[in-house]
Design a protein around this ligand. Structure first.
Ligand SMILES: [Zn+2]
Length: 226
């Protein structure tokens, strides 16, 4: 009917006019959506311990995308900002001996100048917490526990908090270089890097043989290039 068509047309015009004049409503809608996105926790494990065990994950928390080989994937989860607050949790009993190890990894990732890491004195302000643990019933020399949000509309993942730990059970027997390599590996996860098996990389899941490589820097650059 002609009249109902006119009514529909008027409603469309009014709606369009309203939306054009109230762009703030779009932002509200976005905020609502953000609250609706699902939160996941993923544990990123390494098999740097060189104990000869296969990479069985010692994860007890809820994990996402953990495969049978103990490698875990962030699947592209990255930080929504380029300056990250980092807290060194020295309350952990073994941490004082490893504070300089974490500091070296912190400095080395900062030196690549893709993300800016800022050391903060308040744990509540931290995006990333660096600490230690002493666990023998795992093959992992370190772990990065990442929390991220998943946008259900586009599947994009945004990192919200990471706790990275060095497992002194293994690291106490490591050379200083391998300790730093392991710390760089876990901090690499905390910045959004996944495991790399095809080339020389600090993100190789086993061995702790490499520090940060040029290809690792390129990989991080690719994640944050926009
Ligand atoms: Zn790893």
């Amino acid at each position: 009917m002609k009249f109902s068509r006119i009514v529909k047309f008027i409603i469309l015009i009014v709606a369009a006019t309203y939306l054009i004049q109230n762009p703030v409503k779009v932002a509200e809608g976005r905020a609502w959506l953000t609250n609706k996105v699902q939160e996941w926790v993923v544990l990123l494990d390494t098999n740097n311990s060189n104990t000869g065990k296969s990479g069985t994950s010692g994860a007890t928390q809820e994990t996402v995308s953990t495969d049978d080989h103990g490698t875990t994937h962030l699947n592209g989860a990255i930080w929504p900002k380029k300056t990250l607050n980092v807290y060194f949790d020295t309350s952990e009993v073994n941490m004082p001996a490893y504070e300089s190890t974490w500091q070296r990894a912190f400095d080395n990732w900062n030196a690549v100048k893709i993300l800016t890491l800022v050391r903060v004195q308040n744990k509540n302000q931290a995006d990333i917490v660096l600490t230690t643990e002493d666990i023998s019933n795992t093959s992992q020399a370190g772990v990065a526990e990442a929390q991220f949000l998943v946008n259900p509309l586009n599947g994009k993942k945004v990192m919200t908090h990471v706790v990275a730990k060095l497992n002194v059970h293994y690291l106490n027997q490591y050379s200083e270089t391998r300790k730093i390599n392991t710390a760089e590996h876990e901090l690499g996860h905390a910045l959004g890097l996944d495991h790399e098996t095809g080339r020389a990389s600090v993100m190789q899941p086993q061995g702790a043989d490499y520090g940060i490589q040029p290809s690792d820097i390129n990989q991080l650059k690719t994640l944050y290039q926009n």
